[in-house]
Design a protein around this ligand. Sequence first.
Ligand code: PEP
Ligand code: MG
Length: 756
Amino acid sequence: MLSTLRRIVQEVSVAPDLEAALDIIVRRVRTALEADACSAYLTHLEDGPQRLVLRAGQGVNPEAIGKVSVGFGEGLVGLVAQRAEPLNLERATSHPRYLQTITYGDEQFDAFLGVPIIHQSRVLGVLVVAQHEGRRFDEDVVTFLVTLAAQLAASIMQAVVGEDAFQVQHGQAGSAGIVKGLSGALGVGIGECVVAYSPEALDDVPQRRGMGVEAERRRLRQAMDATRDELKALSEEMRSMLPDEERALFDVYVMMLDGDSLWADADRVLERGHWAPYALRESIRAHVRQFQEMDDPYLAERADDIRDLGRRILMKLTAEDDGPREYPERTVLAGHQISAAQIAEVPTERLAGIVSMRGSGSSHVAILARALGVPTVMGASDLPLARLEGKELVVDGYLGWVFVQPDDDIKAEFVRLAAEERELSDQLQALKDLTTETTDGVRISLMANTGLQTEISPALIEVSDGLGLYRTEMPFQVRDRFPGEEEQLGIYRRPLAAFAPMPCVLRTLDIGGDKMLSYFPFEEDNPFLGWRGIRVTLDHPEIFLTQVRAMLRANEGLGNLSILLPMVTRLEELQQSMALIQRAHREILDEGLDTPLPPVGVMIETPAAVYQIEAIAKRVDFISVGTNDLTQYMLAVDRNNERVARIYDSLHPAVIASLVQIKRGAERHGKSVSICGEFAGDPLGALLLLGMGIDSLSMSAGSLLRIRWVVRSFSYAHAREVLERALGMEDGRSVRQMLVDELERAGIGGLIRAGK
Ligand code: PEP
Ligand code: MG
């Protein structure tokens, strides 16, 4: 059963559209279960009264497909959808809810098994198998169908969204495809979709025009030849290590590359004017399908090998493809898991929006997008990526929604919202020269978070009180090797010089988790609990020392550097880091440079650090709280996982209580506390932090004036009272509602929603 299940899921995942996907499902299921009939019902995506339409069937009356529909709760199919659980009946016809429809024509079906297709707690449809003879489908069949429906739900959802967009494009009925994800960066963006793909994801390769049939043929031929040569060489190298039968796989690959079949299928696509990567994708898909359809399980498994071969060729194709590409004037970058490097490839002035199927609002890519001020939707897992290249998309970064091929009304609404945003932005600009001070005269310093050189502008320096967090991993991420000491010296000198004499906090390299370096790859089962931040750099003192030396040298003659250590969970890490920093400093003095030992601080990002706040505070010069990670570790919610993003909440009472504890602990040792996680730049968070008496808030450039507005709208006394109320609450939702009400009452609700 497991291999049948896998085969169906794989086939559906490469189906070109919804109709084909449903057709595969009903055909395959009927055969696998030896049932007389199998049918699939789907709902529409729009809100309102739900109806289930018969969309595909095998062994059913073909006239009924597309015509028969039932409401939720109506008939047996509607009952399955309403209850959201399977229904297994031996004598369906005697069930009180049995409904006579034309589904099966004149035929009589007794046994009925229906299972709901549920995606993200929403019923998308119902899968039904039926049998003439009274037969109770046994437990295995029920669990098979339930498992299949659960596994297929995401693919079906994607296909449904794709179909809606297609219908709008062709002037047929149906609303624009709306894909619901999570807010990544606020704002509204409208533009043309460019699909970003990585060579590992062959199925994401978009359809694009080529540079001419002959040129694309040449490219593909070269890539295939290079792959063949590489595989031959690999097979030779393995001769002494692998038995002949294991090496036979390489020979099969080589034979396929030498043979006509792969090439012929690709060539047909090339002739239609498409580019080589797309032709390769189509040819590989066709071959995968052929293998999957084979009954011999061994041959069916070979489909995976064909995919692997496809990825290898694609890798070669994209390696050659290193020239800069032309991006549309208003580009919306969409992809499975958008990376910092992919964002960096698009000229900022052309980047109108970002949509990532993976990740959440707390992912580092979302933080980068906020720094760039590009409206972003994360976790849009239902995005029909294969159909999006060149299509118009609207990105609503407030709600986390994406509209595919929006109609004129939707577009007009977003153009209006964008205009309102510009108005808000003008109002914010008026705060530029004012102080960040409460109505009763308490000042708080507002610092900037960055890691991008391009972001450091005179305007940023003018509105901030310093650089509160420089994420040094960003310049590391956009390179293709570790930068050396001289190169790093140049990188760090720029922010230090630009902000002097204001303070500049440079954080030591914080890689791991969702921040990887292409030239230093490693894989872990639980990357956020693994080799991250200080753990990596203490295991590689050469990387740490080079970095610290570059920072100290960059500080020469300026004296505004502070060093911040990420992901500390044990005092030993702090002590070791201090010893290395002191050693680097001594070396630099010995080399004749005159530069002071800078203040050193620790990031509080884990419950372990919260509970040891006093032990840490007495050993360092300052404390900076990384609420992004603190929330993730406190609540045991992966900040990068869209499935649990809805329960990632920095307003959870446990997080608020830990922040209060940090502030008190640091205060006892006379140390200042800064907050540099995204919470500081959230108007709701800022109000609470103000009440805690936090010394400084550090945030993305785009949030600075918004938070100044919040601070200027309240008195410190009132903020303290708001905090007291929050501390008496037992769930994050109540805290949020109370803070939203406070902001609305103060007349600044426009800071947290679209529109004025
Ligand atoms: C944090 O965790 O809050 C933080 C500021 O660090 P980063 O987001 O880079 O992990
Ligand atoms: Mg962090």
